[in-house]
Ligand binder design. Sequence first.
Ligand SMILES: Cc1ncc(COP(=O)(O)O)c(C=O)c1O
Length: 457
Amino acid sequence: MPDNGHTKFLLNEDEMPRAWYNILADLPNPPAPVLHPGTHQPVTPDDLAPLFPMALILQEVSTERYIDIPEPVRDVYRQWRPSPLYRAHRLEKALDTTARIYYKYEGVSPVGSHKPNTAVAQAFYNKEAGVKKLSTETGAGQWGSALAMAGAFFGIEVEIFMVKISYQQKPYRRNLMETYGATVHASPTNLTNAGRKILSEDPESLGSLGIAISEAVEVAAMSGGTTKYSLGSVLNHVLMHQTIIGEETLMQMERAGDYPDVVIGCTGGGSNFAGLAFPFAGKKLREGLKTRIMAVEPMACPSLTKGVYAYDFGDTVGMTPLVKMHTLGHDFMPAGIHAGGLRYHGMSPLVSQLHEEGVIEARAYHQNATFQASVQFARAEGIIPAPESGHAVRAAIDEALAAKESGDSRVILFNLSGHGHFDMSAYDSYFSGKLQDYEYPAEAVAEAQKRMPQVVG
Ligand SMILES: Cc1ncc(COP(=O)(O)O)c(C=O)c1O
């Protein structure tokens, strides 16, 4: 029987999981190989060595089901983990639903999102490998803040290319990164070949995650080995580091005496979604459960719902290896929606494969609908969701309304991946009716597809 009285389901520090979960062990089919951008042959660990330390390259391809979390990483995690699982009693009442709604809250980390779960791990492995500096991109600024903090903990310099529109919309996020000691640039910059190329084509470019990735990768690739590159989502090892979220939630749901019928997360590159959902997806695959697992994305950047499943570059300029994923085309320029962390042309290859194989489903929303849901959530539960997380809130509320309609008592679990305290200007735009909804036309995807790399076989 579900525990109907409690609001928070908490674990103590000693109960924090000791291992990350690796879904590669449970995939029905092996993942498509990552290809060298020049030769179109599978990349070797040595090809990736200029960008990443070997420990992370090996995690990227590991098929071990569980990988131990190093003790120094657990020490840092203890600062905010285990994070709470909430039962949304007041939201359920406000919706007058027969559903039971749970949410895992990752906004309790010092920077306000799930991103430090991998930032701390990546900083640790880079430190172990003797790396002095990390370069990275950031969209909304959540990832940059997380890596800046992790760099401060492990004594690594951090240089961040922040998408220009977010740099303008969220000045306090930049201040946060600088407080941790990082250097922050508004991307595209004049500092890299990639940035100069974009600016020569469009001097007014507002930037994109794809462009910022090109700049950060270039800095690492040209550093002669002193700087490595760090990515905040998409890659297998990044998603795996996030699975501590779902591993904790499995225990907390058990404590609540419940199990989700539907697991929901918003998707930019796929990391918070995978963090919560992969441990549940693994159980679904191993035990034949019927759990629905739902990725939620913006209508303005609909990689899973409108993109093609094909080999493409991870960045805009075409410097990264080719990965098979749902993509809108590497030169796709998303509209300036406020969920900056969801403005990415591609999707994690693992999330893409699970979608292609029918293990997970996907849904897209307009931004006004997500802010409406976030405001409703905030008025019931008190927490102000990040604009990205608002997509998961929207889907959870819609599931609860569907349960009310059909009179079923489905159990809904979603990831509240971050708080929106640095995003109040977005809420301001919503309240003053200035938020525009953008729908990405299917013809534009077909057009972008023509410019994607043609991989034979
Ligand atoms: C709060 C929050 N949620 C979600 C995302 C989307 O990223 P991902 O799909 O990797 O979780 C971001 C990215 O910046 C974010 O800041």
